[in-house]
Design a protein. Structure first.
Length: 181
């Protein structure tokens, strides 16, 4: 199984996600990549990279059988556009992120069937079992969901964009949606 794990490029480490990945996948025959950012934890068996270029990031998403990620909008858009149902762990404030916007994003996207939240090893192990048995779903953006739906999920939730960068990301998602319809 080819795994792609990403914690994004925030300055705060995301050791909780990486420890969960190591606990579950560290004992399984897994190949793939882990983009670990500023974290000190590097899951066993995965090719470690602190950061990746955008091009390399997208290539690794396309090559992955399973994507495990933080709940960054850009990361989720790339995974969903690549046909993945990403396994997502939201960062928590204040240690892992400045606020809880990632938790809001996960709730909105889970309701549309666009992400599968993970809270810890049990959730990740269940998804691994499904993937190993060939039962973990991929999603078809065309015809079933569009990135416009993704944009609406995020923007139409109970919270509005939390930062000007969030607004920019939403606009970018809207442009992507227009090119995929």
């Amino acid at each position: 199984m080819n795994l792609f794990v990403t914690v994004g490029n925030r300055t705060e480490p995301f050791d909780r996600l990486l420890r969960t990945v190591d606990e579950v996948f560290g004992t399984h025959p897994t190949t793939g990549t882990c983009q670990y950012g500023t974290s000190n934890v590097q899951p066993r068996g995965l090719e470690p990279h602190a950061f990746l270029s955008r091009e390399d990031f997208l290539l690794r998403i396309q090559a992955a059988d399973l994507v495990v990620a933080h709940a960054g909008v850009g990361t989720l858009a790339a995974a969903i556009e690549g046909g993945h149902l990403p396994l997502v762990m939201a960062r928590r404030a204040p240690e892992e992120c400045v606020n809880d916007h990632q938790q809001e994003i996960v709730r909105a996207l889970e309701g549309r069937g666009l992400v599968r939240p993970i809270e810890g090893p049990r959730d990740l192990a269940a998804a691994l079992g499904e993937a190993s048995a060939g039962r973990y779903p991929r999603i078809a953006v065309q015809g079933r969901r569009s990135l416009g739906d993704l944009r609406s999920s995020i923007h139409g939730g109970q919270s509005k964009p939390w930062h000007p960068l969030g607004t920019s990301l939403l606009r970018a998602l809207g442009r992507l949606a227009g090119s995929n319809q």
